[in-house]
Design a protein around this ligand. Structure first.
Ligand code: SF4
Length: 513
């Protein structure tokens, strides 16, 4: 097989990772005006929009979590699928080396990172034969934060005290519940793929495949088309809003498919996709020449591959320093500064912070020590980092889902006198209590805004435990400038997450009456 194939797959990965499809961008932009001027929801959408532009201009990942890599490939009869699979594997390895993909694949038992995104089940391939004479190659990159919020229901069931039967009203109810459960954690506004029926495995798979449909695609089944519209309308009445900050724009699309089922089973599978809805595709001739790029306008332009240039950082202005309602904070924080912060405040952080996620929290909880973090700020983040001549360059650095650290966080706050925890999706009661008791705040960064946050990093003086835990799990010491975040859990026991949860719960319950 010619090297065309490997190159075109590499280009597909680059476009998918760095540039959102046209239909998704349009929906995100159109709905920005729904949010109130000056609100946290508006700030989130503003940063999302800037991040999309920056990622495309720089050919760098939209989000640092470049996700599971799923190829959907249809080939003519007699086509050598094994050779194409090999070309895809090679392209994935190369894309990881360049930084289009984060080192994102770990052994499920010992946690060892393969370093090149290859391993059992990574990437995943869905091959089909079709009767066309071309190859149809599509790619979805789906991050862990939203994948963790995907869900499967077996009907009949009971949701929010209401019985959900084996009918379309029952389907609507459980999909709304999945959207309600995802609030904050899945980096909304979200996009929903649903499968009614199938078995447990095929249901999840088909729900995810619905995400290959364009957002303007109207279901050919009138009953499902009606259901899609109804879920969209109801979900946006939940007022969960972008990032779960509260607001009008909760869901940007809902696509429902159905598979036959056993009479004894009635599964509803929901694939929750975040705003960083990365899917691209290309139609190829049998020599591997691209005939048509999918999910884009014919005149859409991308920087040439060799123009991918992160030194353009200098020219990037995020423009938040002038925000009238944003408060500049110098790190490390003292207790007075922490106690003066209130849930809902917008802050711009300046100074030093330390990344730390799952492995680090477990390590610290179990008695490990990293003296440098004492009295400091922990950022739940697994950045994409390039190393050149002993220097580190952060090229994508958005927050990861914080709730995974809930079992450890309170203990870490106490032991290390942590003054602020930065992440996304909020945390639980134990952490809220620790914030109150020990003088700490939880700051919500904008999920997926990896380029914005990378541009805020002015220096990377050191890294700790990289050999032990691998790059995304290591502790990166970062100096930041005007790093934007929203206080969502303060040191007085207030939680914006709890407020939005309570409000949207009342709404979903009333919708199910
Ligand atoms: S936008 Fe959020 S949920 Fe989506 S991949 Fe990035 S961190 Fe994960």
């Amino acid at each position: 097989m010619s090297c065309n194939w490997e190159n075109v797959v590499l280009e597909l990965i680059r476009r998918t990772s760095s540039s959102l499809p046209e239909d998704v961008v349009q929906v995100l932009e159109l709905n920005r005006s729904l949010e109130q001027s000056g609100s946290n929801a508006e700030l989130a959408l503003e940063l999302v929009s800037k991040n999309i532009q920056m990622a495309k201009n720089r050919s760098m990942p939209i989000c640092q979590d470049t996700g599971t890599i799923s190829f959907y490939i249809s080939t003519p009869i007699g086509f050598d699928q094994l050779a194409l699979e090999k070309a895809c594997v090679n392209a994935v390895s190369k894309a990881t080396e360049i930084g289009f993909l984060r080192q994102n694949s770990v052994d499920s038992v010992d946690g060892k990172n393969s370093g090149n995104n290859l391993g059992p089940g990574s990437p995943t391939f869905h091959f089909h034969q079709h009767s066309e004479s071309h190859v149809d190659l599509r790619l979805i990159l789906k991050g862990g934060g939203c994948e963790n919020m995907s869900a499967q229901y077996s009907l009949p069931t009971t949701i929010q005290g209401k019985r959900c039967d084996r009918d379309l009203d029952g389907v609507r109810a459980v999909v709304l519940d999945a959207i309600f459960q995802a609030q904050g954690k899945g980096c909304g506004p979200g996009f929903i793929g649903v499968c009614i029926g199938g078995d447990r495995a095929s249901g999840y798979d088909y729900a995810k495949q619905q995400l290959l449909r364009t957002l303007d695609d109207v279901n050919t089944d009138p009953k499902l088309a009606e259901l899609e519209a109804l879920i969209m309308s109801d979900a946006n009445k939940l007022e969960i809003g972008p990032m779960g900050f509260g607001g009008k724009f909760t869901i940007g699309g809902c696509k429902v498919g159905k598979l036959n089922r056993l009479p004894a089973s009635f599964f509803v599978s929901v694939s929750y996709m975040c705003w960083a809805y990365r899917r691209r595709g290309v139609l190829l001739d049998l020599q591997g020449n691209a005939k048509e790029w999918l999910y884009q306008n014919p005149d859409e332009k991308f920087p040439a591959l060799n123009e991918s240039n992160i030194s353009k950082d200098q020219t990037i202005t995020i423009g938040l320093a002038q925000k009238p309602n944003a408060r500049k904070l110098q790190l490390p924080l003292d207790e007075n500064a922490v106690r003066s912060l209130k849930s809902g405040d917008i802050v711009l952080l300046n100074g030093k912070m330390f990344t730390g996620r799952d492995e680090i929290h477990k390590y610290l909880f179990k008695g490990g020590d990293i003296p440098q973090i004492r009295g400091g700020v922990i950022y739940h983040c697994g950045p994409v980092v390039l190393e050149k001549n002993g220097h580190y360059k952060i090229i994508a650095a958005g927050p990861t889902t914080s709730i995974r650290e809930e079992p450890y966080q309170a203990d870490v706050i106490e032991k290390f006198a942590i003054k602020a925890v930065v992440g996304k999706g909020g945390m639980g009661q134990k952490t809220l209590d620790a914030c109150k008791k020990f003088g700490c705040v939880y700051l919500h960064a904008i999920g997926g805004a990896a380029q914005i946050y990378a541009a805020c990093v002015t220096n990377v003086p050191a890294v700790y435990l990289k050999e032990k835990f691998g790059s995304p799990e290591a502790v990166w010491e970062m100096e930041v400038r005007d790093f934007p975040a929203v206080v969502t859990m303060d040191s007085h026991g207030n939680s914006l997450h709890q407020n939005v949860n309570d409000d949207s719960k009342a709404r979903i319950v009333s919708m199910m009456m």
